[in-house]
Design a protein around this ligand. Structure first.
Ligand code: C2E
Ligand code: MG
Ligand code: MG
Length: 701
């Protein structure tokens, strides 16, 4: 039902006054004259008394006049309560208002001005601004996106109007420079004040070059933040020029590249340093060595190259774990650096190997001094996580240009010298000498020939009799390996066993020795010789690398020798250093009835604890003590002590390397059980031994 004061549009215009009416009719803006309706004092609806033609064309609503708006647009009160609020307020209060709003019911943006011509009435003049609003919002969103992109990229943008010199910076650029956009002006002076003084000139030149040469701007410089922190910036810019080639406008972006720079520096560092000790790596060391050599040539000086290898590092690593090993290496690196001058280089080659380059050497005594200092510094105990670790080092020294003229050879020679230092017990340094080189060449040649020797059947065993002092009878033999080299003649173990150990060939060679010794013992039995024990020497490598237990069992079963007739000779160092590998094997073999002797007893470790852990039958007193016991009372005392201790532990003793009757008598007096040496017989071929035995049996019926 239409309200009572509903009027037709023409009369309403008439009431607006004639001239105004025409204006309103032709206006591009929409206009509506309405009466506000209230319910309990709250605006609840309005009736349109007049609308101009633009109203209809802008809103798309027709036939509105005389109707309640809630009838014209159902649900408008719920969707657009703001309209009712404002229209109601104006119609009641009389104060005109201007506002922009989204009218959800129409899906449009409006810019509306409302005023009150008389109480409870209002006139709304409006324009549809949907397009502008959308553009604004798009721009806003684009700005937000740009701003977000700038922030995430650590970037800021700038715009420079070149003729006027006006600079505009984005907020992000201010932030990048550590500046407050509200408190700082974007000017070149501001920019200059943040650029690192060392980079300023270059950064400015890049801008001038861009303007002069019409090239895109690329600038890289550091800035200093108010906190003092330094940031790396990459700046890129693009310039527009007028027809005369004058720069008009340069727009660009600044990017924070600090993180990338740090990562690059880190990569660079890692490429040239050892990650654990942070010492220069092998690559850097080689470069520095080359430089040092070139410098030494000009200055007529020497360079000393020291090759270091820690002694027994592997044992620490294996027993205490890699973590301790790592900490130890770090400590070693620290000590080495402390020993050296600024101009010297210490680098880690990998593992427990270090290389030291001593430059400006005029006098080799200085090298001796440095090397001695290094060896001593490393020999002091390292306290690491509650452990007191003793690690010594072996140092090999090669001198440029005396020992070699190029880096590779110099390194090789230092390495060779290091092996010599190690070979003589470690904890020392050794200068390279030509003889060492000859030794290295020899062992290299031997290594190659040894491979052939096994296949070619070039090995032979010699047997040295072992005599029971009490009965005077031969009770056993020691099998001693010889190499019948077609090129070198009969080679003694000293010349090739360590080479065979180094290259692992000792494992198959040792298996052959076991096989051959067992077979020979059985042959003698079959030839009617009295019962004999055959003693075979074992190398530590056979425990570590080979399957010793299997090889021994195989040799016994292949030959048919009784296990009790086989004696295995171990060294003291094997029992201590290789205790973990060795103990189980020794126990297993012992349970089969095989006997064990400790070779060269007294020359190795003074720790005797292993005598309790390992089921040993016999001690072989080292020849060094035996041979001098008649002339050297100390050696005699050692021999006596060994015999006494062995008796107390219920072990048999055998003295090796006996060359004189006097020694035999001396040993007999001190109750040594057995003897072996050239005095009785040199090591013999199998047939020779058989003859020897026949003669011996004839001699003592
Ligand atoms: P070793 O086990 O202590 O052997 C005793 C060495 O003393 C032998 O040297 C022997 O010829 C020598 N000898 C014996 N009587 C006398 C003497 O009256 N005076 C002197 N000056 N020397 C005497 P060889 O045969 O040269 O063996 C040297 C070392 O090589 C052996 O010491 C042993 O450790 C090792 N070896 C020998 N055969 C083998 C083997 O089959 N396997 C392994 N792994 N090592 C072996
Ligand atoms: Mg031996
Ligand atoms: Mg020996």
């Amino acid at each position: 039902m239409p309200p009572k004061d509903s009027v037709n549009s023409t009369s309403a215009v008439a009431r607006l006054s004639g001239e105004a009416g025409t204006i309103v009719e032709h206006m591009l803006n929409g206009m509506a004259y309405c009466k506000m309706l209230f319910e309990d004092g709250q605006p609840c609806d309005f009736i349109c008394l007049y609308t101009n033609p633009a109203f209809e064309s802008l809103t798309g609503l027709s036939g509105v006049v005389g109707r309640r708006i809630t009838d014209v647009i159902p649900g408008v009160r719920e969707s657009d309560p703001l309209l009712f609020d404002i229209f109601g307020r104006v119609a009641q209060g009389g104060k005109a208002e201007k506002f922009e709003t989204w009218v959800g019911a129409l899906g449009m943006w409006f810019s509306i001005t409302v005023y009150r011509p008389k109480p409870e009435h209002f006139v709304a003049m409006f324009d549809v601004i949907t397009e502008r609003k959308q553009a604004e919002q798009d721009l806003l969103r684009a700005n937000e996106r740009l701003s977000l992109a700038q922030r995430t990229a650590g970037a800021g943008v700038w715009d420079w109007d070149v003729p006027s010199g006006t600079l505009v910076w984005s907020d992000e650029l201010f932030q990048l420079f550590g500046l407050d956009p509200a408190a700082t002006a974007a000017t070149f002076d501001t920019w200059r004040s943040v650029v690192h003084p060392d980079d300023l000139q270059r950064a400015e030149e890049a801008i001038y070059t861009t303007l002069r040469d019409h090239v895109p701007l690329f600038n890289e410089y550091r800035i200093v933040l108010p906190t003092g922190a330094v940031r790396w910036i990459d700046a890129f810019g693009d310039t527009t020029y007028d027809a005369d080639g004058n720069a008009q406008r340069m727009t660009g972006i600044c990017i924070d590249t600090t993180a990338r720079k740090l990562a690059e520096a880190q990569i660079e560092f890692l490429a040239h340093h050892d990650h654990l000790t942070r010492l220069p790596n092998r690559f850097v060391a080689t470069e520095r060595l080359k430089m040092a050599m070139a410098y030494a040539d000009r200055a007529n000086e020497n360079v000393a190259l020291l090759f270091l290898d820690l002694d027994k590092f592997k044992a620490i690593n294996d027993s205490l774990g890699h973590n301790m090993g790592d900490l130890l290496l770090v400590e070693v690196a620290r000590r080495l650096q402390a020993c050296l001058r600024e101009t010297d280089t210490v680098s880690r080659q990998g593992g427990d190997e270090f290389l030291i380059i001593l430059t400006h050497i005029q006098d080799l005594d200085a090298v001796t001094g440095s090397a001695a200092k290094i060896v001593a510094a490393l020999a002091a105990p390292c306290e690491i996580e509650g452990h007191s670790l003793l690690v010594t080092t072996s140092v090999g020294i090669a001198i440029y240009p005396n020992d070699a003229k190029d880096t590779d050879t110099l390194m090789q020679r230092a390495d060779t010298a290091m092996y010599h230092a190690k070979g003589t017990g470690g904890n020392d340094f050794t200068f390279f000498s030509e003889q060492m080189n000859a030794a290295v060449a020899l062992s290299h040649a031997i290594r190659i020939e040894l491979r052939q020797a096994l296949a070619g059947g070039e090995f032979v065993l010699h047997y040295q009799p072992q005599i029971d002092l009490a009965s005077g009878r031969v009770t056993g033999v020691e099998a001693l390996l010889r190499w019948n080299s077609p090129k070198r003649g009969l080679v003694l173990p000293e010349a090739f066993v360590s080479v065979a150990e180094d290259c692992g060939l000792i494992v198959p060679i040792g298996e052959w020795v076991l096989q051959e010794a067992c077979r020979q013992a059985v042959r003698w039995q079959q030839a009617g010789l009295p019962e004999l024990t055959v003693a075979v020497n074992l190398s530590a490598m056979q425990f570590r690398r080979g399957n010793l237990q299997q090889s021994v069992v195989q040799a016994l079963s292949d030959s048919g020798l009784a296990p009790a007739r086989l004696e295995l000779e171990l060294t003291e160092s094997l029992l201590i250093v290789e205790a973990e590998y060795a103990l189980e094997t020794v126990l297993n073999l012992r349970s089969l009835g095989i006997r064990f002797a400790i070779d060269d007893f007294g020359t190795g470790y003074s720790s005797l604890a292993y005598l309790k852990r390992f089921p040993i039958d016999k001690l072989k007193i080292a020849q060094t003590f035996v041979q001098d016991m008649n002339t050297n009372p100390e050696d005699a005392a050692i021999v006596h002590a060994i015999i006494q201790m062995a008796r107390a532990l219920n072990l048999r003793t055998i003295a090796e390397g006996i060359e004189t009757q006097d020694t035999v008598e001396h040993l007999r007096l001190h109750h040594c059980d057995e003897v072996q040496g050239n005095y009785f017989s040199r090591p013999l071929l199998a047939e020779e031994f058989q003859q020897y035995m026949l003669a011996a049996t004839r001699a003592s019926p």
